[in-house]
Design a protein around this ligand. Structure first.
Ligand SMILES: [Zn+2]
Length: 96
């Protein structure tokens, strides 16, 4: 996904703006790996292989996302049903 696209995207739940942490990007501004985080509800949406995963919670599988998040140095608790970082300060810390 293009970096510019981030401005057009919003949280599918509350329509608020998203922050992006970029982990892999090429010279053209194409983001291959990153983490979108809602500025309001703190839900996170990973960008994997250039595709933002913004499907409803019910269709997401934590077990599939966990290895990628771990690679980025982010720990998520598998027991949690929601895709929200428990500690908002934690998500603050990974912002660029
Ligand atoms: Zn939100």
């Amino acid at each position: 996904m293009q970096r510019k696209l981030v401005e057009k995207l919003c949280c599918p739940f509350d329509k608020n703006d998203l922050d992006i942490n970029v982990f892999h990007e090429d010279e053209q501004g194409e983001i291959y790996e990153g983490l979108l985080t809602c500025t309001h509800c703190k839900r996170y949406f990973p960008v994997i292989y250039g595709i933002p995963i913004m499907t409803p919670d019910a269709y997401r599988q934590k077990s599939l996302e966990a290895p990628m998040l771990k690679k980025w140095g982010l720990e998520i608790t598998a027991e949690e049903k929601t895709f929200v970082f428990e500690d908002p300060k934690g998500s603050e810390a990974i912002r660029e």
